[in-house]
Design a protein around this ligand. Structure first.
Ligand code: SF4
Length: 377
């Protein structure tokens, strides 16, 4: 897989060229073609085109049949028909007629051919243009969320690992409300491995799926104690060998506790990567591989936080707030959600919607305010 990635990256423009390059034609097209204003002007242009093309479709064949009745002069040379029509028609009509004349002999066939001229096919975005646009999205998101961070409370790699395992099928908020009591009772892998399973189940019950998660926590704590000297390993292959730890969890731990670049493909990241046109894949590992080819490694961890932040605050699964989306001009999926700015604004969440964040202990630069502990809710 690495070899494939390397070779694909090798075909791309250099990182510097892409990062410093101005908006290319394709990007502009995405922008203007997508925005309401752009769409309007595009529509006008298209209307002009349609005037000519529309006559091409509807009038030209009819005139041809009137001026040169197919029944009487079916074998009439094409040139005659063109000449006759050209004298009487406007420039646009002349163009239309020429199109007709160049088309197959029968008016029916000509009519069937002409509609293609109505709406000029939009040029598909090239891969290089998609990469430039993707990197612009990343830069824009960095400006919108300069404070993007993991939304799980933790103070060391072990806490982050445990919190990430607990976050499956629930919100980070609920995990953050659950872990203070858990970490107070078992701050190390040795402590957790020695816990009574029923007691552990009670402690983590608010995070849901508490039986399966208890099994994972006991298993991974014992493995850390027995195989890694009570320390969380800093290598992907070691992390994924722990019970209940998959690639996503391993990347979260590597990126945020060890500074090893990793792309975290959770439900938000996968959804947005598809909406942005970075991938068509559903499988998280394939999404990760596609996105890894677009961005330099140094961006992977922060890109993951930014995209997940955007997915949680603006680009929701069911009701994306397109009308209040700061990267709408760069998004090919604009319009999937609410486009009315006032209505879209009401869909924003967390600090963007004037609500508390998910962390009980957020970083100092977080512009919102902390979540409340479980007991106070
Ligand atoms: S909210 Fe709409 S415009 Fe913004 S990223 Fe999501 S789909 Fe695109």
């Amino acid at each position: 897989m690495n070899a494939e990635r390397d070779s694909a990256v090798g075909e791309q423009p250099s990182v510097e060229a892409l990062n410093t390059g101005k908006s290319d034609k394709s990007s502009s097209r995405v922008t203007s073609g997508r925005k309401p204003a752009g769409r309007g002007s595009g529509a006008s242009r298209s209307t002009v085109g349609k005037a000519a093309a529309g006559e091409t479709a509807a009038q030209a064949p009819a005139k041809t049949s009137v001026k040169a009745p197919a029944g009487k002069k079916a074998a009439a040379p094409k040139k005659t028909a063109v000449k006759r029509t050209a004298v009487k028609t406007t420039t646009a009509k002349r163009t239309a007629t020429k199109t007709t004349a160049a088309a197959p002999k029968s008016a029916k066939a000509a009519a069937a051919k002409t509609p293609a001229a109505k709406a000029p096919a939009r040029k598909p975005e090239s891969r290089a243009a998609m990469i430039r646009r993707a990197r612009r999205i990343n830069r824009e998101l960095a400006e919108v969320y300069p404070y993007a961070h993991p939304e799980l409370d933790f103070t060391n790699p072990f806490e982050l690992l445990v919190a990430t395992v607990l976050s499956a099928q629930t919100t980070d908020l609920r995990v953050n409300q659950t872990t203070p009591a858990l970490f107070a009772l078992c701050p190390t892998p040795e402590d957790m491995a020695a816990m009574d399973p029923e007691r552990l189940e009670e402690l983590i019950r608010p995070a849901g799926f508490f039986r399966a998660k208890t099994k994972s926590l006991l298993g991974l704590s014992a493995a850390l104690r027995d195989r890694f000297g009570g320390e969380v390993p800093g290598r992907l292959e070691d992390l994924v060998s722990l019970p209940g730890v998959g690639r996503k969890t391993a990347n979260v731990v590597l990126g945020n506790a060890f500074g090893v670049p990793g792309i975290t493909v959770d439900t938000h990241f996968g959804r947005l990567a598809r909406r942005f046109g970075w991938t068509t894949q559903e499988d998280p590992e394939k999404v990760e591989a596609d996105v890894a080819e677009i961005f330099p490694k140094s961006e992977w961890t922060m890109l993951s936080h930014r995209v997940v932040f955007h997915g949680r605050r603006v680009c929701h699964s069911r009701k994306p707030a397109c009308g209040a989306c700061p990267i709408a001009p760069l998004c090919p999926s604009y319009g999937e959600g609410e486009t009315d700015p006032e209505k879209a604004k009401k869909l924003l969440k967390y600090e963007m919607g004037g609500q508390p964040g998910q962390r009980l202990r957020p970083p100092a630069d977080y512009p919102g305010w902390p979540a409340a502990p479980l007991a106070a809710r």
